[in-house]
Design a protein around this ligand. Structure first.
Ligand SMILES: NC(=O)C1=CN([C@@H]2O[C@H](COP(=O)(O)OP(=O)(O)OC[C@H]3O[C@@H](n4cnc5c(N)ncnc54)[C@H](OP(=O)(O)O)[C@@H]3O)[C@@H](O)[C@H]2O)[C@@H](O)CC1
Ligand SMILES: [K+]
Length: 482
């Protein structure tokens, strides 16, 4: 599990450790890791051109000490000082002693950036507030234009470390070297898109419980159910799928395809698209009447393509009161706004940003800009686990717990019907006994992995059915040791 900690906890942990270590130890550890990464990226350090963007805090100090280490190995290092009188004095001395230069003329610095092999962004780190300031923004733009690599110190300057929000201009890094632990803003969009490849340099701090966690491949085997010798299809769990309509049978077929690839022993389809479902998947049990008469299931999936007619309204009321976990997606989310039935078991909602915005009474852009805050708010408001789909899918619980961020996926996954496959899959895992939190995050992981397998390298368009077809391979991959 990859974990990210709140800035306040990082600061406390740093203070606790600093009391036991000689002054400057942590900054030296950070700078050594940073310099090693830069050296690796440069290949040959001697004769290379390195520009440091140095702000007023310790983030600039890290850049200066790393610059000093690179200068000692023969790099030509120039520091552009954004706040000359407040640049880290020890770092500046170390750089000068190693033969590095410092400039305060930012126009001259911009010309150096154009020709740099590596630009180190030490403008601001976890002490940053708001976007980049006016003097720093042109330097970030120059780094973006430059053919050299941009390496962010701790995090790209301009992104909010705790939320991933990007309120203004920000540095676009190719690589981010972060210290002690990941910061949430490195894992959540839009901030994550600015971070490039993230490398963690341990510095010995222990910041306690995380606020964010990402499943690692090695976590999957422990979470995916394996049928025992005594399992039969009912013991493995039956998932009921209420999806699609006679006019739009596709959503039903796709949700069922996802459900069949999950861990449930059987899939029961309920709705008017039974013919299309059985034609494609003869193994599915079907029922044309309301869910209450469909027979036992261990979890329900409701929503994709069901519309907003009276049948759909009746169906959502019935499944919410059924006493088993329920996943609500797509059209079901719109119906949820007018439903007065209190859910009688775990509830998992799987909105995209637009659907989340509608439930929260805000607009899509607001949700996209502050995904972490909105997924938490929706989970609290609806007393449900919420899986917010998107380029970084998040899963938040209604109770205080780390939010899960999904590390798999590809831009090609943004294709019609892929959400229907995801809800079927997650519902199937719910029926097999996973909690809403695990079902949502495991489903997102496998779904993203399947999409990557389907699209291949370097990638090509895929359909939702391609993703469903790739799920068994993704599952096998996830449980394969090593
Ligand atoms: N914690 C740890 O374990 C370790 C931490 N370490 C390092 O320390 C870093 C944190 O250092 P820090 O606390 O000095 O804050 P930092 O981010 O450098 O800058 C804050 C200053 O910037 C300013 N400023 C604010 N917003 C701004 C903006 N948008 N644009 C421009 N400027 C802005 C603001 O000054 P102001 O001008 O507002 O007075 C403020 O004083 C951390 O990220 C890591 O790199 C490592 O050395 C090892 C161990
Ligand atoms: K930075």
């Amino acid at each position: 599990m990859r974990r990210a900690h709140a800035v306040a906890d990082v600061r406390d942990a740093e203070a606790a450790l600093m009391r036991r270590l000689p002054e400057g130890t942590l900054m030296r550890r950070a700078a050594a890791g940073l310099a090693a990464t830069c050296a690796g990226l440069l290949g040959r350090v001697y004769g290379s051109r390195v520009v440091l963007l140095v702000g007023s805090g310790d983030n600039g100090g890290d850049a200066l000490y790393a610059g000093a280490l690179l200068a000692r190995r023969g790099a030509g290092v120039t520091a552009a000082l954004l706040a000359p009188e407040r640049a880290h004095p020890g770092g500046l001395d170390a750089l000068r002693a190693a033969g590095g230069l410092a400039v305060t003329d930012l126009a001259a610095a911009t010309r150096l950036i154009d020709r740099a092999d590596v630009v180190l962004d030490g403008i601001v780190g976890i002490g940053g507030k708001g976007g980049l300031r006016d003097d720093a923004a042109p330097l970030a733009a120059a780094a973006d234009r430059s053919a050299g690599l941009t390496v962010a110190v701790d995090l790209p300057s301009g992104i909010d470390p705790d939320t991933g929000e990007v309120p203004g201009a920000a540095v676009r890094a190719d690589v981010t070297v972060t210290f002690g632990t990941h910061k949430p803003g490195l894992l959540v969009d839009p901030g994550a898109r600015y971070a490039g490849a993230v490398r963690l340099v341990p510095i010995g701090i222990d910041p306690g419980p995380p606020v964010l966690e990402a499943l690692h491949h090695s976590d999957l085997a422990g979470l995916l159910p394996v049928p025992g010798e005594l399992s039969d299809k009912y013991r493995r769990g039956v998932v009921g799928v209420v999806a699609g309509s006679a006019r739009y049978p596709g959503a039903a077929v796709l949700a069922v395809a996802g459900a069949l690839a999950g861990a449930a022993g059987a899939v029961r389809y309920v709705g008017p698209a039974a013919d299309a479902v059985v034609r494609r998947f003869p193994e599915v049990l079907v029922h044309a009447g309301p869910p209450a008469d469909a027979g036992r299931v261990q979890a329900w999936v409701i929503g994709p393509g069901i519309g907003d007619g009276s049948g759909a309204r009746e169906a959502i009321a019935q499944v919410l009161g059924s006493g088993v976990p329920v996943l609500v997606d797509a059209d079901g989310l719109a119906l949820l706004r007018d439903t007065t039935v209190e859910p009688s078991a775990e509830l998992l909602l799987t909105p995209h940003a637009g659907e989340a915005a509608a439930l929260l009474g805000t607009d899509r852009a607001a949700v996209e800009a502050a995904r972490l805050a909105h997924v938490r708010e929706l989970a609290r408001a609806r007393r449900a686990t919420v899986l917010l789909k998107g380029s970084t899918t998040l899963v938040a619980d209604p109770v205080p717990a780390p939010v899960r961020v999904n590390p798999t996926g590809t831009g090609w996954l943004a294709t019609a019907g892929s959400g229907d496959v995801l809800s079927g899959l997650a519902g199937s895992l719910l029926a097999a006994g996973l909690t809403a939190r695990d079902a949502g995050s495991v489903a997102a992981y496998l779904h993203g992995l399947a999409a990557r397998r389907a699209t291949g390298v370097p990638g090509a368009p895929i359909t939702a059915m391609d993703v469903a077809a790739a799920l068994p391979g993704a599952w096998r991959d996830a449980v394969t040791p090593g």
